[in-house]
Design a binder for this molecule. Structure first.
Ligand code: ADP
Ligand code: MG
Length: 724
């Protein structure tokens, strides 16, 4: 099949109807999750209470409880036709890991029976020695184990019971994303509770909430399969811009094409059956780009759900003849994809800590957390950027689309004014919601409705949006835990320091609200002039201004990772108990290695495609032109009528020469880079190689413009982006 057949086939594909279960969503929501309702139904009273105790207290299951829980879980699983079980974990790769075991065992009478006990539920030792560990596990002692995280409910995927687990080495180091995230969530709760107690002594726990918005592209699978670069790297390494892409903004929030709508519906149903509260779906800015978002939830669970959804998307897309692209920048010249992480904190008494309260006390609590979050982001802005940095997200960072490669915070006019006002008034001035009281002099007011919330500054990587911050720099294929661990840990560290400041003010005999405000004022002064920035984050002036303010302006991804082992980060992560220094170093080794491999693979694909796909196509056209010229010479005896052919021939030869020269140079650069022993130095060398991609791409995209359309082997942007 040539390209035209593929295009025709893709264009003619009919939408496959979504399979929607009978009944209302609320009736099948969560049916494949062993949630509290199932626990009550399938567990005996002893096991139920012991399990709830573990969930609430955050401690591990003892064997007896595990056996009891496993018994009930097995009964439920069998009712759903489950035949296999797996520990489901999040190693330091993209995506999740599973190793399925069937439930059968010998029954001692020559047959088999289904078994599932507490041991299988609570802890396993998947060899799993090939996952990246940054040298924590040399293969000769490749023992790592997985242990159930009872705060993440067990779920069923197809015929398999999936048990969400942490993945740890036998020496205790975390080998996954979940373990440090859970530690950071505990740290932020432990640090926030004492501060909440100033306002409500009954608070015993603080929850971190995450609402992710997942952007993605869909491409037709027939066209996808004809593009080696998409198949191997998840993005197009070449491709001339389509004449029309997103200029007209006609895709954004447009009506959803039927084939895509059917895909989305199937995805929603699958998510809802797994208890994932998928809520929003819409077309994004770029053609064939879409977004989905659930209702926010507790961060650890919300992150598990994001991992599940990314997995479901891939499978369900195939049913509809699509491939889902989660890469941050699959196409040049149109927007890339991110994953906004909407983040907030709330107490077990129902208070939202990043939203204005009901009264002056509630508002002071809000301001306290709001300002401390800004302080944490200020102190660790470079580290937060490092937490979202990757070889793939590098294409968005600093590339004139959210996010710029500088982490600053957008407050909006209202909150900026409130902070300025707080600096002017005496520390015991009540902070009121506007309109609730008659105006009095010096009052600090927060409007009930945040006028500025609609004033969404799309250029800000960390924006306040009324009751939460939106960390917009997270990559679309990233595990949110990377960003969420760093953010929650940084906030925890700041809250610990703040509590000490308040205590020092209280020791001077001040009233609580005055002590808090006096501790806040120097922080407010500091953040307003540095991390807070409401202007356009894409401008050159901002880059200069940010540097002057002392914000991190590094754009080199391998260098960004160094933030993790700088003293400020090591101190923060060790003080909060999130990472040991050894883990931080190991993780950086993994990051550099992953970066190298990603760029290496892309570079190989690029060079091979240049030599095997592009140059031959160009030469084929060249040969056709040469034949025409030779024929003209024969017929007319001169080349007077061959002006166009000669110009084209010259162009093609020049571009082909450039492609070959650049491809060879890139191959040489790789050879040289591979000889570098040190991971970091090698990553820096690969960064240079990544920087040279556009130079090889340019002549190829030029060739696409001149070579006969019929001879071009690769599906073009206008085909990939507009068929759905
Ligand atoms: P937008 O595109 O305007 O940012 P969306 O509705 O697409 O809005 O996504 C907003 C996300 O933020 C949703 O997942 C929503 O549940 C989540 N969210 C709302 N309030 C909070 C909050 N207090 N904490 C965390 N996430 C929140
Ligand atoms: Mg948003």
């Amino acid at each position: 099949m040539d390209r035209f057949d593929l295009v025709k086939e893709s264009f003619e594909k009919k939408s496959v109807p979504a399979e929607i279960p009978a009944g209302k969503t609320s009736e099948y929501f969560g049916e494949l999750v062993f949630d509290r309702k199932k626990m009550c139904k399938y567990l005996d009273a002893g096991s139920l209470h012991a399990l709830l105790d573990c969930i609430e207290g955050g401690h591990a299951l003892d064997r007896k409880t595990a056996d009891g829980v496993a018994r009930g879980m097995k009964e439920w699983a069998m009712e759903h036709g489950v035949t296999h079980v797996t520990h489901w974990f999040q190693p330091l790769t993209e995506g999740t890991a599973e190793k399925h075991d069937s439930l059968i065992d010998y029954d001692g009478k020559g047959g088999v029976i289904e078994t599932f006990d507490g041991k299988m539920l609570a802890q396993q030792e998947p060899d799993a020695s090939s996952f990246p560990s940054g040298g924590i596990r040399a293969t000769f002692e490749a023992r790592g184990y997985t242990a159930w995280d009872p705060t993440s409910p067990v779920f069923i995927l197809d015929d398999t019971l999936c048990i969400p687990t942490v993945f740890i080495s036998y020496t205790g180091e975390a080998l996954d994303y979940k373990t440090p995230l859970k530690k950071a969530l505990k740290a932020v709760s432990d640090a926030a509770v004492p501060i909440c107690k100033f306002f409500d002594p009954g608070v015993t726990k603080v929850f971190s909430y995450l609402g992710w918005e997942q952007e993605y592209f869909l491409v037709d699978e027939s066209l996808y399969s004809a593009r080696t670069d998409l198949m191997i790297t998840g993005r197009t390494l070449f491709g001339h811009n389509s004449s029309k892409n997103q200029q007209l903004d006609d895709h954004y929030f447009g009506s959803i094409p039927p084939r895509v709508a059917a895909f989305m519906r199937d995805l929603e149903v699958a998510g809802h059956r797994l208890g994932i509260p998928l809520k929003t779906r819409h077309n994004e800015v770029a053609p064939n780009q879409f977004e989905l978002a659930p209702i926010y939830g507790e961060t650890n669970l919300a992150n598990d759900q994001n991992q599940i959804v990314m997995n479901l998307m891939g499978r369900i897309a195939r049913k509809h003849g699509f491939v889902v692209l989660l890469h941050e920048k699959p196409f040049d010249g149109v927007n890339g994809s991110g994953k906004h992480n909407n983040w907030s904190l709330g107490t077990d008494k129902g208070a939202q800590l990043l939203a204005p309260g009901k009264d002056a006390k509630g508002n002071l609590q809000f301001i306290t957390f709001f300002v401390n979050v800004l302080a944490a982001v200020q102190k660790h802005n470079g580290l937060l950027k490092a937490s979202i940095a990757s070889a793939t997200n590098a294409h968005r960072l600093g590339a004139n689309e959210a996010p710029p490669a500088i982490v600053s915070a957008f407050l909006g006019r209202t909150m900026t004014e409130v902070l300025h006002k707080l600096l002017e008034v005496p520390s015991d001035t009540p902070i009121e919601i506007a309109g609730k009281k008659s105006k009095s002099v010096g009052l600090v007011e927060i409007p009930e409705v945040f006028v500025d919330n609609t004033d969404r500054n799309r250029t800000s990587p960390f924006a306040f949006t009324g009751n939460r911050f939106e960390f917009r720099a997270v990559g679309s294929c990233a595990n949110c835990a990377g960003a969420m661990t760093t953010l929650n840990a940084a906030v925890a560290e700041q809250l610990i320091a703040f509590k000490a400041d308040v205590d020092a003010e209280l020791a001077k005999g001040k009233k609580t609200n005055v002590a808090i405000m006096d501790a806040l004022k120097p922080i407010i002064k500091s953040v307003l002039g540095t991390v807070c920035f409401d202007g356009n984050g894409y401008t050159e002036e901002w880059k200069r201004e940010a540097e002057r303010r002392g914000l991190d302006v590094e754009t080199n991804v391998p260098k960004m990772f160094c933030e993790f082992t700088k003293p400020a980060a090591v101190e923060m992560f060790t003080k909060t108990g999130v990472y040991t220094e050894k883990e931080l170093q190991a993780r950086n080794d993994v990051k550099w290695e992953t970066y190298i491999k990603k760029v290496q693979i892309e570079s190989r694909v690029m060079v091979r495609m240049a030599l095997n796909h592009i140059i031959p196509a160009a030469l084929e056209y060249k040969s056709k032109l040469l034949k025409e010229v030779a024929l003209a010479k024969e017929v007319y005896g001169n080349l007077d009528n061959c002006g166009t052919e000669l110009v084209l021939l010259e162009n093609i030869s020049r571009h082909v020469d450039e492609v070959r020269a650049r491809a060879e140079a890139m191959r040489e650069a790789r050879k040289a880079a591979n000889l570098i022993g040190n991971d970091y130095e090698r990553a820096l060398a690969y960064h240079e190689i990544a920087e040279s991609f556009p130079a090889l791409r340019r002549p190829i995209d030029k060739l696409e413009e001149v070579v006969d359309n019929k001879m071009w082997p690769l599906p073009k942007y206008r085909e990939l982006l507009f068929i759905n």
